[in-house]
Ligand binder design. Structure first.
Ligand code: GLN
Length: 291
């Protein structure tokens, strides 16, 4: 009976968490490359596990004791940016992912250190055990999940298309007519576009700013990049616009080294708490309103 009760409780919590997240299971299968992040597990919440959180947190090992080292590419507003001042908790960085990482570090009693690098380098760093966690507006894909340990999803991302005003590209279908599409190296935008239009029609740049510069210079006809940074780039660059129709929709998650399942478990607990108590919504509102 006890077992049945806890099973029922676990199942109902799953539903609550899914509703709170609002993104799991909704990734657009249209492009094939992305798929839904795993649903929040029952183990990620519940009074019992919350009571035990501190004990479990003490078990978590990080590369450098006392520190949580996060790798990211801090040119991805509003998720991660170099701060004008001290940044979140003196890290020198700010943004939605930075605040989430700060909450995780605080919960685990660790000091947050942020290493800023190209996006593809961040993915390599976590796989090679050079950082503890990647938070980088990172999209869940089944392929990446073979290489890294993914947390539950904390946000939904959208691949958007940036073009010059007056472009003949007015939606995703028109990308087939683009001689060249600009993307960031190693991103889902690159993966989807090469899958759909072939490598000859896709150029990969170090970061979003470089891809947008290439669009301004006429080296590419469109840039496929996550929507939030796309809007920032379009606002900062005259003559560019973000098309209304999205290229695809995906789930953002944190990623850890495959050997550090204990950290993944703790990260999921913190994410569940941030969702449940409204902190995540507040963090998002703070940065979106500031845009
Ligand atoms: N969401 C995209 C991906 O995971 C891009 C992330 C980024 O550029 N920081 O590939």
């Amino acid at each position: 009976m006890k077992k049945l009760l806890s099973l029922l409780l676990a199942a109902s919590m799953c539903v609550v968490l899914l509703a709170a997240c609002g993104s799991n299971g909704s990734a657009d299968a249209g492009k094939g490359a992305a798929s839904s992040a795993p649903a929040a597990s029952a183990a990620a919440s519940g009074d019992k596990s919350a009571d035990k959180a501190d004990g479990d947190a003490a078990e978590v090992k990080t590369i450098e004791s006392g520190k949580l080292i996060m790798a990211t590419n801090a040119q991805f507003p509003p998720y991660e940016m170099v701060a004008d001042g001290d940044g979140v908790n003196g890290t020198g960085f700010e943004g939605i992912d930075v605040e989430i990482a700060a909450a995780i570090a605080e919960k685990l009693g660790l000091e947050l250190q942020i290493d800023d690098m190209d996006f593809d380098a961040a993915l390599t760093a976590v796989q090679q055990g050079k950082c503890d966690i990647v938070l980088a507006g990172l999209t869940y894909t089944d392929e990446r999940a073979q290489l890294m340990s993914f947390s539950d999803s904390y946000a939904q991302g959208v691949q958007a298309i940036i073009v010059k005003d007056g472009s003949s590209i007015t939606g995703p279908d028109d990308l087939a007519n683009a001689a060249m599409i600009g993307t960031q190296r190693g991103t889902t935008g690159y993966i989807y576009c090469t899958d759909d239009f072939g490598e000859d029609h896709v150029a990969a740049y170090d970061n979003g700013a470089a891809a947008v510069q290439a669009l301004q210079n006429g080296q590419v006809d469109a840039v496929v990049i996550d929507k939030m940074p796309a809007e920032t780039f379009a606002a900062e660059n005259d003559g560019l616009k973000v098309l209304d129709t999205a290229y695809t929709t995906e789930d953002y998650c944190a990623a850890m080294n495959k050997d550090n399942e204990a950290l993944t478990k703790e990260v999921n607990k913190v994410l569940a708490e941030l969702k449940a108590d409204g902190t995540l919504d507040q963090i998002v509102a703070k940065y979106i309103n500031a845009q």
